[in-house]
Write a protein that binds this ligand. Sequence first.
Ligand SMILES: CC(=O)[C@@H](O)[C@H](O)COP(=O)(O)O
Ligand SMILES: NCC(=O)COP(=O)(O)O
Length: 245
Amino acid sequence: MIQLGVNIDHIVTIRQARGTRYPSPVQAALVAESAGADAITLHLREDRRHIQDHDVDTLSRVLTTRMNLEMAVTDEMLAIACRVKPQDVCLVPERREELTTEGGLDVAGQVDKVKRACGILADAGIRVSLFIDADERQIAAAHACGAPVIEIHTGKFADATSRSEQAEELQRIKDAVAYAHQLGLQVNAGHGLHYHNVQAIAAIPNIAELNIGHAIVAQALFVGWEAAIRDMKQLMLTAALNPAV
Ligand SMILES: CC(=O)[C@@H](O)[C@H](O)COP(=O)(O)O
Ligand SMILES: NCC(=O)COP(=O)(O)O
């Protein structure tokens, strides 16, 4: 059944805004797990704009589901991942000046570097996911690097400004999921998903997991954190069980 990875980055954005001890990412993660999160996703960025190293260490000790640690393909992050040993690592592109992740990792353009990182993480017993665009060339490269999982970047679909553009991006994602599944990859998806666009993605056959954060944190301001997660999970399950939704 489709799973939900709750990204808690922007819980921590609120804490970092004032340098307080609240809101606690530990409390957010444990409540999320009780509300139906199948994994907790956190992005340790090179610039530490939100998640801090100590958050990763603490959460690795208290989570009862899975930690999905997002990180850039750098020796610094590989060393942290091999020390912490989260269940999952998702390798993502990063640019210090970006507001948020702008696209998928260019695996095809740096196969040796990504393959080396996949090997190091796999040797540490960590399941590797590559965050890539809905692009067959990138999917084939991810498979060649030995990653067992990919996460399709749904940002272009989420940011589409017309129905026709959104439909085009959705079809691109559907084709990518089918191709990746045919290669034997586990296929996840995420970025920019919210309560009004998630069902179109969740309804795609063979999508295993959606990683969602920003929209859940925003909705929690109005309905509460637990309800925001329960509602998102329910939308996903309904769509997955009734693809015609
Ligand atoms: C890779 C991705 O799309 C997100 O999981 C990522 O965490 C976005 O970065 P921010 O959370 O810093 O916006
Ligand atoms: N990999 C996507 C993710 O973890 C959450 O992205 P968003 O929902 O915060 O855009």
